[in-house]
Each structure stands twice: as C-alpha cells, then as structure tokens.
Design a protein around this ligand. Structure first.
Ligand SMILES: N[C@@H](CCC(=O)N[C@@H](CS)C(=O)NCC(=O)O)C(=O)O
Length: 212
C-alpha cells in the first residue's frame, strides 16, 4: 500500500518527512495541503487529518501519525534506514532530532514565514531581529559539531541530518547564508549529493511560484 504524506512544498517540517520517505525507497505519494488557503485551520482538517492543525501527516493503511520526528522514526522502523548503526547512535540521532525541532527548524520556519509569507506591512522587525539572534546561536552549535565530520552522527546519513537540514535548502531569506558556515555548507553538500536527494520544491507539491 502506498504511504500518503500530507504536505506542501514550502514546509521544511514536511520536507524532513518527505526526504526520509524518498531516500528510504518506500512507496509514498504526497497529498497537497493548501496551508496558504487556510486548510490546516479548518474543522474538517482537525477532525479528520490532524487535531494539531499541522503538516506533515503520514497515513499508511490504518496507521497515522504526525510530527516529522515521529514520521522519521516510523520510516526507520519500516525501512531499517537512518536510525544509526548502534543503540548509542540511534539515541544520538534522536537527540539531534529533538534539538532541531526545538532550536533550529521551529525558529527557521517561523523566521522564514515572517520574512517572506506575511504581507510586507505586517512583518515584525523586532521579532525577526530576536529570532535572527536565536538562529545564529543554533547555527553556531551545528557548525561546531560538524567540524571534522561528514554527518551529524556516525559515518552515514541519519534522521539527525534529515531533520536539521529541513529548512536549509530553501532559497527565501531567513538569516541563513551557507557561505557564512563552512562546515554546515560542506555537510549540506554531502546531503545534496546523496543518490535520490531532491530539493523541497521538486519533492512536494506547492511553492511560492504558485502564488506569484
Ligand atoms: N514539530 C512539528 C512542526 C510542524 C509544523 O509546525 N508544521 C507547520 C508547517 S511547516 C504547520 O503545519 N503549521 C500550522 C500552524 O501552526 O498553524 C513537526 O516537526 O512536524
């Protein structure tokens, strides 16, 4: 049975799940959610798809879950991929997924939304400046960890990489420039050259071009 992923191209959180599915080789298909048209805020979305009002959501037969980290764990359970090569690596990858969800992707996603997807007159300069400071601290942590490493955990791609890269390939400005972070830049190149890798706008339906 084909796994369905409720997602949209602009969502870095959905990208983490979509990239895990794509690179795992599991049979999956995206289901476009019209986030910018308000679909995740409708009663029917909350009742039938996700009470949290978020993407991504994975449906595999009668199994359903949301949260990119939980979806990645499901992909790992089903495919045997991206969990690390030992018990210790598995927990190390899990630790970075939690860090990413809290410190990196949540703030990158929010900053990118405020700077690009809100009407210009509604963009809150002070909030954006505050978030840039928080993000800089997160980039420092990741860049320092990646010094001398090809991957966040062990010697291959894991859910830690698939999670932390969630927002970092998007072209819209949010206070991140690969050139400023050489070890993050090198690591992103490792991900981009992984066979089967796709850019978020090539992997999931929906992009800013649709609203231009
Ligand atoms: N921690 C969640 C975050 C999911 C999330 O915030 N998704 C956004 C899209 S990128 C969303 O659906 N937001 C809807 C809302 O907050 O109303 C995950 O990793 O899946």
């Amino acid at each position: 049975m084909t796994i369905q992923l409720y997602c949209f191209g602009e969502s870095g959180n959905a990208y983490k799940a979509a990239l895990a599915l794509e690179l795992s080789g599991l049979d999956w298909t995206p289901v476009h959610v019209d986030f910018f048209g308000g679909e995740t805020r409708t009663d029917s979305y909350r009742a039938e798809i996700n009470e949290m009002g978020e993407v991504p959501v994975l449906i595999d037969g009668d199994f359903k879950t949301s949260q990119s980290g939980a979806i990645q764990a499901y992909v790992t359970e089903k495919s045997g991929k991206f969990g690390g090569k030992s018990h210790a690596e598995n927990y190390e990858a899990f630790r970075w997924v939690l860090w990413d969800n809290h410190k990196l992707s949540s703030q990158a996603g929010m900053t990118r939304f405020l700077m690009n997807f809100l009407p210009e007159e509604k963009r809150p300069a002070e909030v954006i400046a505050f978030l840039h400071g928080r993000l800089k601290a997160a980039y420092q942590v990741l860049n320092a960890h990646l010094e001398g490493r090809d991957w966040i955990v062990g010697d291959g791609i894991t859910n830690a990489d698939l999670s932390c890269c969630g927002y970092l390939f998007y072209p819209e400005p949010f206070g991140f420039d690969r050139k400023d972070w050489p070890d993050i830049d090198r690591w992103l190149s490792n991900i981009e050259t992984t066979p089967g890798w796709k850019h978020p706008y090539d992997l999931m339906p929906g992009s800013p071009a649709d609203r231009a």
